[in-house]
Design a protein around this ligand. Structure first.
Ligand SMILES: NC(=O)C1=CN([C@@H]2O[C@H](COP(=O)(O)OP(=O)(O)OC[C@H]3O[C@@H](n4cnc5c(N)ncnc54)[C@H](OP(=O)(O)O)[C@@H]3O)[C@@H](O)[C@H]2O)C=CC1
Ligand SMILES: Cc1cn([C@H]2C[C@H](O)[C@@H](COP(=O)(O)OP(=O)(O)O[C@H]3O[C@@H](C)C(=O)[C@@H](O)[C@H]3O)O2)c(=O)[nH]c1=O
Ligand SMILES: [Mg+2]
Length: 293
């Protein structure tokens, strides 16, 4: 099985490349700029076709949430038009697309965990551009899995785990918002789940459960609890530590508005694909230790 993933050095693409090494019979090819530039839709179809995918994984995206507020046109070009082109490329080749989306499509006003049929209402340009991307992907290729994930961290790229470890190296105390709740998700676990789902699609040509799925780490956290767990793991591993002070969202002003509750229920993915994410604490420990080495 040959997976072609967009976004060469992104967290999910890097994690898939690593996971592919562990699975004989699975080949993962990552493609990115300049050959494939989602902001230049003309580059997309031919580059993906040349890589000869059995399944396309659409992981590249404009992910700078605050910066997107100032660059809405670029965010929509990449996350909506570009994502739609990736799905169209897969459709032309007669193969499915597995597209990554986000918890930020929700406004965060729900009291429980969001399920796939809940109404979307993004609060940010990033969230709106990703929602438009979901719609473009679904319209371009009926054989799609749209996997909404959340709060992604890994040994690769930029993420909250690395940021907290970096800040702890030169501060005694870090102030972190305690009133935004969600599911921290390791990109290493996402890669495992994507390989699992891809194998299911590849092995069953009459697979019919295409559509939207939530796929996030097991268990919930707020950002300050997540930070505390990262730094406590670091301390017992001999890495940097800092005290985490709980603050409110209003005390940490940002350009983009973020949902207060973006917890996702991953029950549908578990029941269709028979795959459950580990508890976020365990996956956080594994990634924090790798970052510290
Ligand atoms: N990070 C998170 O917390 C979350 C991410 N997601 C979604 O999951 C997916 C994977 O995220 P993640 O791996 O963390 O993302 P990263 O930010 O780590 O990587 C994004 C990748 O997209 C590439 N990219 C950006 N713009 C373009 C473009 N114009 N053309 C081609 N490639 C481009 C980047 O390339 P370059 O390296 O050259 O900049 C980078 O490789 C995304 O769809 C994201 O929206 C969902 C929920 C949470
Ligand atoms: C660095 C830092 C952040 N924060 C807050 C800001 C924000 O509310 C929260 C997380 O900060 P980040 O900048 O990592 O968050 P953010 O970029 O919003 O992360 C999001 O990225 C996109 C791509 C997604 O799809 C989402 O699922 C989510 O992971 O923590 C603090 O309170 N203190 C700090 O020192
Ligand atoms: Mg292999």
């Amino acid at each position: 099985m040959r997976l072609v993933v967009t976004g060469r050095e992104g967290q999910v693409a890097s994690s898939l490349l690593e996971a592919g090494q562990r699975h004989p019979g699975v080949e993962v090819i990552a493609i990115g700029r300049p050959e494939l530039d989602l902001a230049k839709p003309d580059t997309v179809i031919d580059t993906i076709a040349a890589a000869k995918p059995d399944i396309v994984v659409s992981a590249a995206a404009y992910t700078a949430v605050d910066q997107a507020e100032d660059e809405p046109d670029l965010a929509f070009a990449v996350n909506a038009v570009g994502a739609g082109k990736v799905a169209e490329a897969a459709a032309q080749l007669g193969v499915p697309v597995i597209h990554l989306s986000t918890d930020y499509v929700f406004d965060g006003s729900a009291s429980g965990a969001y399920v796939e049929t809940d109404a979307t209402a993004p609060r940010s340009v990033y969230g709106a551009s990703k929602l438009a991307g979901e719609q473009a992907v679904a319209a371009a290729n009926p054989r799609h899995l749209i996997l909404r994930t959340a709060w992604v961290y890994s040994p690769f790229g930029k993420n909250f785990v690395k940021t907290m470890l970096r800040l702890a190296a030169d501060r005694d105390e870090i102030s972190v918002v305690a009133d935004q709740w969600g599911n921290p998700t390791s990109a290493l676990d996402i890669a495992d789940a994507v390989l699992h789902a891809a194998a299911t699609l590849h092995g069953n040509k009459s697979f019919a459960a295409f559509g939207v799925y939530h796929l996030a780490g097991t268990g919930e956290a707020n950002w300050s609890g997540f930070a505390r767990h990262i730094l406590d793991t670091s301390r017992v591993s001999g890495g940097p530590w800092a005290r985490v002070r709980d603050i409110a969202t209003m005390d940490y002003p940002t350009k983009a508005r973020r949902p207060a509750n973006s917890r996702l229920s991953s029950a549908k993915f578990a029941s269709v694909f028979g795959w459950n994410a580990p508890d976020w604490r365990l996956s956080t420990e594994a990634v924090a230790r790798r970052v510290l080495v």
